[in-house]
Design a protein around this ligand. Structure first.
Ligand code: ZN
Length: 261
């Protein structure tokens, strides 16, 4: 489900399956999953445009993302530890500064019709600058979310990721951050959350627990062992950078939150 603000985040909990999360029969994303970013609003001069592609480019093959290989579909096919950052597109406020859920889908649709490949094995991330909100509850009900929709006749997976600079107390991990950009570093954890949920539950009918919590929901706002540098906490290296991203739920050995598998 969505990345909920810290105050209302999930705390994990009791379930009836042996690993604390249940398969409900729907598809998972197999093979290499592509990531596209849609930079919505004004990102001029913002280091997020370097920090977040490095995150997506470093995810595949990492011990962190390998957690998702503990999930599989009804045929037993396992999710691959394969994520490819495949490109981006800018959107100069085509839908204004207060986006409804349907307008966010329109942003994705426009990006595809305007040049990004139409890719059913991809996740499209709508990344909004801090002067943009999402009217269904950014900063109050969620920090980000993922879903899917029919775009140009295809089932397209996409996510909304708001900029925590708009509400750091709700959606940022910390105000001093490893890459010197608290908004972007906060988005890194939210992107990770939504990517691993999209991977294991793209149509919202595959992996979630008895309370409806998907894998990343079960570990939201938990970070495991951290190191501190210059007052900024981090817990993982992806590509050339340090990040503080949330743990994910391992679907093995009874189930647990971890940064590696
Ligand atoms: Zn979630």
């Amino acid at each position: 489900m969505n990345t909920q603000p810290k105050a209302t985040g999930h705390a994990g909990g009791k379930t009836t399956s042996s690993n604390g999360i249940i398969y409900h029969g729907g598809p998972v994303m197999l093979g290499t999953t592509n990531v596209y970013y849609i930079w919505y609003g004004n990102w001029s001069g913002n280091t997020a445009t370097s920090i977040l592609p490095t995150l997506a480019g470093g995810m595949g093959g990492s011990p962190y993302y390998n957690i998702n290989t503990s999930y599989f579909d009804g045929t037993g096919a396992k999710i691959s530890n394969a994520v490819h950052y495949s490109g981006s597109k800018n959107d100069n406020y085509s839908q204004g500064k207060a986006l409804s859920d349907s307008q966010i889908q329109s942003v994705v649709s426009s990006a595809i019709s305007g040049g990004l490949p139409k890719d059913t094995n991809a996740v499209y991330f709508v990344l909004t600058s801090s002067d943009v909100t999402a009217t269904s509850g950014f900063c109050t009900n969620y920090c980000g979310w993922h879903t899917h929709g029919t775009i140009s006749g295809s089932d397209i997976k996409y996510a909304f990721i708001g900029n925590p600079d708009r509400c750091p107390s709700s959606c940022a991990d910390q105000t001093v951050s490893p890459n010197g950009n608290a908004g972007a570093d906060g988005m890194a954890s939210i992107i990770s959350h939504e990517l691993e949920e999209e991977h294991t539950d793209p149509d919202l009918n595959a992996w979630y627990d008895t309370r409806g919590a998907e894998n990343a929901d079960k570990c939201a706002w938990t970070f495991g062992t951290t190191t501190s540098s210059g007052g900024a906490l981090s817990n993982v290296t992806l590509g050339s950078r340090r990040y503080l991203i949330q743990q994910n739920w391992v679907n093995a050995s009874g189930g647990y939150c971890s940064m590696a598998y």
